[in-house]
Design a protein around this ligand. Structure first.
Ligand code: AMP
Length: 287
């Protein structure tokens, strides 16, 4: 496994692959790797000859200095997991490598489209602009045939889909399913910041999502009823949002006709967690 920190080295790595028509898949991450990230690597292998993983904690997508400060950074752990997963190259750039203009006023950035407007975009202003800026830079540096993102960040998938379409990136986007811990909690780098008590409280998130899924399977269609069910299930947790959305446009739905995406953001202590689940009306009830 090659470890690269400089954009020039990255170009040197990329050029011969281009000449030999090897397909490169990029998996962008912020590190503190876990099985969720590694599932993206396995997904990437299905569509490419070579898998590159980037690890960069992107300050532009944090709107709280404390959150950025507390974000876990585990370089040795990450390199070990990446190597064991069969990653071919890890790109771990310093801030100035990614943002050469960071210290000069007026550096170029990218603005996310309208799918970034509600949900996490509302609670974390500027977050998705930071995401699409760094993802565009990574796309330009890697020129990958394939890029893989996780459905754990459902809105992010949709925002990046819009980025690729609107800025004409010639990239085959792939989304990999959300990976949960054995107790149901969605894997997240932020889980390392939960105390034992907070982690136990956080389990209310997947429990209430699955309760809503069961309710839909038993015939419930009203988005308001499903939201109330989830909010009640979240109990002590401070809720940021609970929404029942169109799976493509992310527009809120009044009722689940065929399918919907149930999305939640809530705080366990100070740690903001997100999760989501596909709701599917059983075939015979769909029409
Ligand atoms: P992050 O390091 O949190 O920025 O995440 C990097 C990528 O891994 C993103 O595409 C995430 O959606 C994805 N990811 C993070 N956690 C999970 C998970 N539990 N299941 C699937 N994908 C995930």
């Amino acid at each position: 496994m090659q470890i690269v920190r400089k954009t020039e080295e990255l170009r040197n790595w990329r050029e011969p692959l281009q000449r030999s028509a090897k397909r490169v898949a990029l998996v962008p991450t912020m590190g503190a790797l876990h099985q969720g990230h590694l599932s993206l690597v396995q997904h990437a292998k299905r569509f490419a000859d070579v898998v590159a993983l980037s690890i960069f904690v992107n300050p532009l997508q944090f709107n709280s200095a404390k959150d950025l400060d507390q974000y876990p950074r585990l370089e040795a752990h990450d390199l070990k997991l990446a190597e064991a997963a069969g990653v071919h190259l890890v790109f771990m750039p310093a801030l100035a490598e990614i943002y050469p203009g960071i210290n000069s006023p007026g550096a170029v950035s990218v603005r996310a489209g309208d799918r970034a407007l509600g949900l996490c975009g509302a609670t974390r202003p500027g977050h998705f602009d930071g995401v699409v800026t760094v993802v565009s830079i990574l796309f330009n540096l890697f020129n990958p045939e394939v890029a893989v993102f996780g459905e754990k960040d459902y809105q992010q998938c949709k925002v990046i889909e819009q980025l690729v379409r609107d800025l004409h990136f010639p990239i085959d986007l792939k989304f990999a399913p959300l990976v949960r811990d054995s107790d149901g909690l969605a894997l997240s780098s932020r889980n390392t910041r939960l105390s034992v008590a907070e982690r136990a409280q956080a389990l209310a998130i997947p429990k209430s999502l699955f309760a809503a899924k069961q309710a839909v399977e038993a015939g419930e269609k009203s988005a308001a009823c499903l939201q109330n069910l989830v909010r009640a299930g979240l109990g002590e947790l401070k809720v940021d949002y609970v929404e029942v959305l169109d799976v493509d446009t992310l527009q809120p739905l009044e009722s689940v006709v065929d399918q919907a995406q149930l999305v939640v953001a809530a705080f366990a202590g100070e740690v903001r967690l997100i999760d989501n689940l596909r709701l599917q009306v059983p075939q015979s009830r769909g029409r």
